[in-house]
Design a protein around this ligand. Structure first.
Ligand code: DGY
Length: 328
């Protein structure tokens, strides 16, 4: 690591205050327009930078890391998910990886609840009626949804965000169930009144709402595959604010169209922003453009975390949010 100012390359536009602070602290190269870097631009970045600050829209794979210059020592990701970074190859090449956990927990959990409510209470359909200027007034039978209170919520992935979803859902009167690699500590389970299911299949078959809150890793890819989606009750709904790859999107689309699953609320998609076009046509589906963590406060705090990770590393210490392959 150089002892002078670090050369930092940021791949996307960040909030202005974050960029200003970075300019004060580092020799930073910022992005002019809000588009992802091309592959050539990324190659140039890893050849020049001591520290790369990418986002989830950059593919930091083994091929790219193979072209990095010897000066690249830290990839300080602006975001919590690191499934776009080959963390093992980075480690083999002596490049540390850090992320920004914690600061987007509440915002993402809020959005999960928003999707659960939007799907079960048919909010987008109500909005469409109002925007059509065709509302004929209140009716005892119009736009009937299902009551959220009393429903069984099955959370797949009970880390920070899963637990934050559970807290909110409890307040709405939902019953909390979860599947995770390991059960929670007893006191947390008690606080959340949460039931652990070792068998994901058994949990999926009994829930009214499934919420995906696990990261995307090789072992969670298509965890909700066609076989498992078929286990869901036909009146159940599924929401995903984590990563699209956890659900087989084509299988989900087929089953939603066939009425084998009652509804879905999706903030993330299997192939980035290239969405199965049939999903867009369905009334029982609420689609959002990956905005689960999109609050001004959250984006500022993500920037602060990136800066702390870089500064701590430059001072000769382990970045507080270092990601190691065994965590994945
Ligand atoms: C993350 O940080 O990984 C989130 O998905 C961004 O919303």
């Amino acid at each position: 690591m150089p002892t002078g100012r670090l050369s930092v390359v940021v791949t996307r536009r960040l909030p202005e205050a974050v960029e200003t602070r970075m300019k004060e602290l580092f020799n930073v190269r910022l992005r002019d327009d809000d588009t992802p870097m091309t592959r050539e631009e990324l190659v140039d970045a890893v050849r020049q930078a001591d520290v790369l600050v990418p986002t989830l829209t950059d593919d930091i794979d083994a091929g790219l890391l193979g072209q990095a210059g010897p000066q690249l020592k830290l990839i300080a990701n602006y975001g919590a998910g690191v499934d776009h970074i080959d963390v093992s190859t980075a480690r083999q090449r002596g490049i540390l990886v850090s992320n920004t956990p914690g600061v987007l927990t509440d915002d993402t959990a809020d959005m999960t609840m928003a999707l659960i409510l939007a799907v079960t209470r048919r909010i987008p359909e109500g909005l469409a009626v109002m925007q059509s200027h065709d509302w004929q007034g209140w009716s005892p039978t119009a736009l009937l949804g299902g009551r959220v209170g009393g429903r069984r919520l099955g959370i797949l992935g009970m880390g920070r965000i899963g637990q934050a979803v559970a807290r909110r859902a409890r307040a709405f009167g939902m019953q909390i169930h979860y599947h995770n690699r390991n059960p929670l500590r007893e006191e947390i389970e008690d606080e959340l009144e949460a039931t652990y299911w070792e068998s994901l299949d058994q949990m999926v078959a009994r829930m009214d709402v499934i919420s995906i809150n696990c990261p995307h890793t090789p072992s969670t890819f298509h965890l909700m595959n066609a076989r498992r989606l078929k286990l869901m009750k036909p009146e159940a709904v599924i929401v995903n604010t984590s990563r699209g790859e956890v659900i087989d999107e084509n299988a989900l689309t087929r089953m939603l169209r066939a009425g084998e699953i009652a509804g879905a609320g999706l903030d993330v998609y299997e192939r980035g922003h290239s969405i199965n076009p049939r999903l867009r046509e369905l009334k029982n589906v609420v689609l959002l453009p990956h905005m689960g963590s999109a609050t001004r406060e959250g984006r500022m705090e993500m920037g602060e975390k990136v800066i702390i990770n870089i500064k701590t590393f430059h001072d000769g210490h382990r970045p507080p949010d270092q990601v190691v392959p065994s965590m994945l």
